[in-house]
Design a protein. Structure first.
Length: 269
């Protein structure tokens, strides 16, 4: 149960804080030698953090859905930011899917390599250091900007690359304010993560040789992922708006360097 609790907290924190949840979960499960069905457990943990995202952004989600749907009936509504936001999320996720599918064969290999994960963590560190030097922008969200952020989200399927970090920094680099980049990053993530989890769930359901055997305390892990994820969103929003990226950058640098050193001395196979 303690292992499930630990992985739940780890998923909740790293899913939203810019330090790569996939990289941390992959490495933690290697170190801890988790028993049971880790793939199904991963899906449940992602579902818990997705619920935290939906609840946290419930006002923005409802407003975007309302404004986007009204745009089909009202020319005036098509001039509102919600109309653009809706299409930016759709277009961004189309490009996310394309990039993710192209990278899938490589990702399936990289997820088992601590050297690859540590290298990606170092890339994340460099991206976060870059964020601390970006001046706050005032540009409006547009379809092209949404597509560029969606492409960045596609590359974040690589274990060790932080989805939240890369998409927020890309949005800021495209001229969005930190607040807008933060909100769009997570609104963009909802369809992508739901879709990815559904595909994994369907794959498990269609595999006659896959037996679901969840680890002890899996529900505690889900609850921990939800609570820690909701808290992490609040913390990240504050840090993004204030431009405090360097702490996360140094963490990824230290984690990536440590793992790479251990890999080279043969401590991890």
């Amino acid at each position: 149960m303690l292992r499930s609790l630990f992985l739940g907290v780890l998923q909740g924190l790293t899913e939203f804080l810019p330090v790569s949840s996939s990289g941390h979960l992959a490495l933690s499960q290697q170190f801890m030698e988790m028993g049971g069905d880790t793939l199904t457990f991963d899906i449940l943990l992602h579902a818990a953090t997705m619920l935290a995202t939906v609840i946290y952004f419930r006002i923005e989600i409802l407003s975007a859905l309302k404004g986007w749907s009204e745009g089909f009936l009202s020319p005036q509504a098509r001039k509102e930011p919600e109309w653009t936001l809706g299409w930016a999320v759709i277009a961004g996720n189309i490009f996310t899917v394309i990039i993710a599918l192209l990278l899938k064969p490589m990702v399936e290999i990289w997820v088992k390599s601590t050297l690859a994960v540590s290298s990606a963590l170092l890339v994340t560190s460099a991206v976060l250091f870059l964020a601390s030097h970006i001046s706050p922008g005032r540009e409006k969200l547009s379809l092209p900007r949404g597509i560029v952020v969606g492409i960045a989200q596609g590359f974040a399927v690589i274990p060790g690359l932080s989805r939240s970090g890369i998409t927020i920094v890309t949005g800021m680099k495209m001229g969005l304010s930190p607040e807008k980049a933060f909100s769009f990053s997570f609104l963009l993530s909802i369809p992508a993560i739901i879709g990815a989890n559904l595909l994994e769930a369907f794959a498990i359901a269609g595999d006659p040789f896959h037996k679901v055997a969840l680890p002890t305390g899996w529900f505690i892990g889900m609850l921990a992922a939800f609570i820690s994820g909701f808290w992490a969103l609040k913390v990240l929003r504050k840090f993004v708006v204030q431009g405090k990226w360097r702490g996360f950058a140094f963490y990824c640098l230290a984690a990536g360097s440590l793992l790479m050193t251990i890999n080279f001395i043969g401590g991890i196979h």
